[in-house]
Design a protein around this ligand. Structure first.
Ligand SMILES: O=P(O)(O)OC[C@@H](O)[C@@H](O)c1c[nH]c2ccccc12
Length: 271
């Protein structure tokens, strides 16, 4: 049985700047003693990828990945969401898939939220966390996640090895980038889903021009996988900027803080 964990390079997180550096250093501490063993390969149903493709087939159509997000470093507390109620509301509002934050200190997330959500809805869920240890991917698979986020800003040259690990565990991987250098690295790993984060996680500054720019670059480079525009989408006009470019948008704060998650999801995606 292949054990990709044995080949995983050690991460050097000392050069990760700003808020992001602080979070990943804490996360690496949380998992410092965790068992890196992955166990046998799991089948890959590719549910996350398939759901996103299904939702963007019509001209200009975009799939929605709705995020269960109770707090963030940029906004502090957003809303005291019950994760299961939020997940059901997003599903009713037309979300193709969910993202569930499991980082506890800055995002008020928990792995139990992911487990509970997976048991309560039929759409697939992604583990949204700062993956810095293979055990985090094993946990995601064991919790029933269909996908996990992998951040090039954190994993650097190790992104490809983590991608293989995710696939070994039967997880789809959303490989996240924020600039040209990170995108080129992501493309070289053979990722099937690339997410472009409009938010610079080292400064928390949002620029909605980042996604269109990098998505065009990915397509020009011949990338034929899924492209996801992430962060900062508050109004249908914002979303319109990536119609015909991205396959999906990932939205958290504006939905989570709306008070009516079903309606907010529908309204945001209306055209
Ligand atoms: O709340 P917003 O602006 O809609 O953003 C959602 C999502 O893109 C954001 O939560 C996010 C994108 N990449 C991340 C990495 C870690 C933590 C959080 C994130």
């Amino acid at each position: 049985m292949s054990r990709p964990s044995a080949a995983l390079p050690t991460l050097d997180l000392r050069n990760v700047p700003g808020v992001l550096g602080q979070i990943v250093t804490q996360r690496a501490g949380d998992y410092a003693g965790a068992d890196p063993e992955l166990g046998p390969a799991r089948p890959a149903p590719r549910r996350f990828e398939t759901a996103l493709w299904a939702g963007c087939q019509d001209e200009g159509a975009l799939s929605l990945i709705a995020e269960v997000k109770r707090a963030s470093p940029s906004q502090g507390a957003i809303a005291p969401l019950d994760p299961v109620e939020a997940a059901r509301a997003y599903q009713a509002g037309g979300a193709a898939a969910l993202s569930v934050l499991t980082e506890p200190r800055h995002f008020d997330g928990h792995l139990d939220f992911l487990r509970a959500v997976v048991g309560a809805v039929s759409i697939p869920a992604l583990r949204k966390d700062f993956v810095v240890h293979p055990a985090m991917l094993r946990e995601a698979a064991e919790a029933g996640a269909s996908a996990a986020l992998l951040m090039v800003s954190v994993l650097g040259e190790a992104t490809g090895a983590y991608l293989e690990t995710a696939h070994h565990l039967g997880l789809d991987a959303l490989v996240e980038v924020h600039d040209e250098r990170e995108l080129d690295l992501a493309l070289a790993t053979g990722a099937r889903m690339i997410g472009v984060n409009n938010r610079d996680l080292t400064t928390l500054h949002i620029d909605l021009d980042v996604s269109p720019r990098l998505i065009r670059r990915a397509r020009e480079a011949g990338f034929d996988g899924l492209l996801v525009a992430e962060s900062g989408y508050r109004r249908p006009e914002d979303v319109a900027q990536v119609r015909g470019l991205a396959n999906a948008v990932l939205v958290g704060s504006s939905l989570a803080g709306s008070g009516d998650l079903t309606r907010a999801a529908r309204d945001l995606m209306a055209r």
